[in-house]
Ligand binder design. Sequence first.
Ligand SMILES: [Fe+2]
Ligand SMILES: [Fe+2]
Length: 431
Amino acid sequence: MGFRDFNVSTRRVLIGIWVGGAVSVAGLVGVQVLGGDAVELGLPVFAFIAFTTLAELFPVTFEGRYEITVSTVFLVAAILVFRHEPELIGLIAAVAALGSNLIARKPWYKVATNISLAVTTVALAWVAFSLVGDHDLAHLAGGGAAMLIVYFLADTFPMTLLLTVLEERRFTVTYINNYRGVVVEMMAMEFFGLLFWIIWSVSPWLTALFALPVVILRQAYFQVERLRSESITALGAIADLIEDRDTYTHNHTESVSNYARRVAERLDMRADDVERVAVAGRVHDLGKIAISDAILLKPGKLTPEEMKKMQEHCSVGYEVLARFSSLTPIAELILAHHERYDGQGYPRGLRANELPKGAAIIAVADAYDAMTTDRPYREAMPADRALDIIRQGLGTQWHPVVGATFIQMILEDQARLQSEKIVEIRHDVAS
Ligand SMILES: [Fe+2]
Ligand SMILES: [Fe+2]
């Protein structure tokens, strides 16, 4: 994926991040020029560059989307150690980000983004610290606290903004969703940084004692995340298996999951419920594993008997998932994903508010994606026609609020795509 493949708003945010990085570099260098003294590249600077680069090379990826690294420990310590030579802080952050990204062979725009984010974060945290000052212990404590808070915000805000425009999600929900689970860990790393600085002040050699705890810290994050993600990964693998049986529905579960997640966010559902709806969307047809090819891939209309068999996929999926205690709430959504608002659905004929909202969301997303993609028994219909069908079924087949929210979302998508096309055409004409 190249830079040109991103949508307009993503490119804008990326350019914003780069501008922020450039301004931070200019600011830090400016402080140095005004200060008048020459940059002193001593052994401590190289040591910090080495620590930070090493830490960056072993990130822990959370939910397959964003990474945290223990480099925070060293960058926070660097801000304090080099607080009177801020250009060195910027240098450490930039060189470590450049080195680790080049070693990991990241594409140029990721390198530029990561360097910019690193430099901006340390620059802002340093500004926060310096504004309070360090002339006595009280100020030092206050400055340290201000620095930790600003570091956290500067570290997390731009990444969330990027995710928001990349996946067209809501900022606050994405922010809470991503960092609620790791805020304690991130703060712990910042405190480790403070501790590192204190020990460094006593004697830099003593920081060698830090190697083991930092490695343990990193492994602890790694294990926790592995446990959490493995069950989800296993489910995704099963979902892919089901998709592979029927090439006509390729990418279906992924699309349903994405639509469902976004609708759940628009309905301001709680972050963990949003996550459940997204996972349920991915595995909603898990139970089709029990349906024979003769029925699943039949080009014509199903007989009443075949239909009955097909409908069993809800309870089969439920039974499989309910065996995992942590997945019971997801199993409930799977069981109810073919229920209707008017009670005419299956398997239990739930109506109105008896229906779990998450299941109502998956029902709409599932139907829309099925209608707008080719199926064994018919060709895809245009999006507007599918939206009309959903509109006509509001309050009967579909949950009225959920359905209306879905329609609104698709219309907004279409409008944005349209305006992006206009921007692209203008761009092409201009260049
Ligand atoms: Fe289904
Ligand atoms: Fe489906």
